[in-house]
Design a protein around this ligand. Structure first.
Ligand code: PHE
Length: 382
């Protein structure tokens, strides 16, 4: 008994000397589109996150045990995104926000994170404005000026197309930005923009815009949108007998695009993204097989970004040694050559990631690797 009492006293002392501080734990608020028109992005992000934390529990169990995640649905729109981020910050008191995908939704979340003094890391929002709002904001993906210039270069040099049309979503920061950066680079490279048309997410009929575009005879059509609308645009273009090679960005990256377009209309277009599931890199192939075994489907770009993003946060937390916002901010900013499944990530002075980009070619049910373009060296390997 005396012995037990002594032991208990020793434990009590040890606890006071080295209390298990709340600062030793990291509470992550994962805000993603779990419903609505962008929900495959959210589903893949969360699957990637779950897989990453399961793997971390094997490779670094002590670190994994300190990390907890609260999920919240931003419902694929900026208004609900702002509400969701306030909930995780103010009610759950998270130490860091992880999310979201669509740039307009992330832009709507930044103010609350900054007001709470907490870092926000988006794995996927590529519009340059996102990280300009505050040094507390980071992204673990490339930005749209790079994505737009790669697409312009691909159209001009790989496809030898000189006349492009653009069909964009004029309410989406991502779509507007990507169109602008493409246009600048395409013109600078000697190309011409022959038509510029707009739509709004949620609309289902694009035939008016497609009719106007067809009349201008473009030899390539840039559709810098998200999969719901792009899938229907492909389908309707085909129904009209309008055969044109389409180009797009990472917003196309969803299995739903192929379902909506249908096998014939989906084929032979190109989009830039963060990841190709048929990449030969052994780390990518291991990720693809682990993901398939657990979720019964092939991972897309968002799965790879969700996976890498949470591991980059975990790595920064480990180096920071605490959940305090300034320490996390400093450690995130010092991320160098983090090897993930979506490439190797280095965070630059603007808190953007410097990473390679992949171009994929669409088939009837999915897309395959077409080219990889390096940003770090400026080397274009296609
Ligand atoms: N980059 C897109 C945006 O900023 C989001 C996105 C990323 C979509 C990756 C799909 C895959 O809005």
């Amino acid at each position: 008994m005396v012995r037990l009492r002594c032991t208990l006293a020793a434990i009590a002392l040890a606890l006071t000397a080295h209390p298990v501080l709340a600062a030793d734990k990291l509470k992550v608020g994962a805000v993603f589109a779990l419903s609505g028109g962008q929900s495959t992005y959210g589903e893949e992000s969360i699957n990637g996150l779950d897989l990453a934390l399961s793997n971390l529990a094997k490779t670094d169990p002590a670190l994994a045990a300190k990390i907890s995640v609260i999920r919240e649905d931003e419902k694929s729109n900026p208004v609900d995104a702002a509400t969701a981020v306030k909930k995780v910050l103010n009610v759950d008191q998270v130490d860091i926000v992880f999310g979201t995908v669509a740039s307009s939704n992330t832009l709507a979340m930044v103010a609350a994170a900054v007001a709470a003094g907490k870092p926000l890391v988006t794995p996927a929002s590529t519009n340059p404005e996102v990280t300009k709002k505050s040094p507390l904001v980071f992204r673990t993906c490339f930005i749209d000026p790079f994505q737009g210039s790669v697409l312009a270069d691909f159209a001009l040099h790989n496809l030898s197309k000189k006349k492009a049309a653009i069909l964009l979503d004029h309410k989406s920061d991502y779509s507007m930005g990507l169109a602008q950066y493409f246009e600048e680079a395409f013109k600078a490279g000697g190309g011409e923009i022959v038509a510029n048309e707009a739509y709004e997410a949620g609309k289902k009929d694009f035939k008016t815009q497609l009719t106007k575009i067809r009349a201008r005879r473009p030899d390539v059509l840039l559709v810098p949108g998200y999969y719901q609308e792009v899938g229907l645009i492909m389908k309707q273009a085909r129904q009209m007998g309008f055969q044109v090679t389409m180009l797009g960005g990472d917003g196309w990256d969803s299995p739903t695009l192929f379902e909506l377009a249908g096998a014939e209309a989906a084929k032979d277009h190109y989009f830039s993204s963060h990841f190709a599931p048929d990449d030969k890199d052994p780390a990518v192939q291991k990720f693809v097989s682990d993901y398939k075994a657990r979720f019964g489907k092939q991972p897309g770009a968002m799965a790879s970004l969700g996976y890498d993003g949470i591991l980059i946060i975990a790595d920064a937390f480990k180096r920071a040694g605490t959940n305090s916002a300034p320490a996390l901010q400093k450690a995130l900013a010092e991320t160098v050559n983090f090897r993930g499944v979506s490439g190797t990530t280095t965070i630059n002075a603007q808190h953007d990631a410097v990473k390679d980009i992949v171009v994929l070619k669409t088939g009837s049910t999915g897309a395959t690797f077409a080219a990889k373009i390096g940003v770090a060296t400026g080397k274009k390997s296609h």
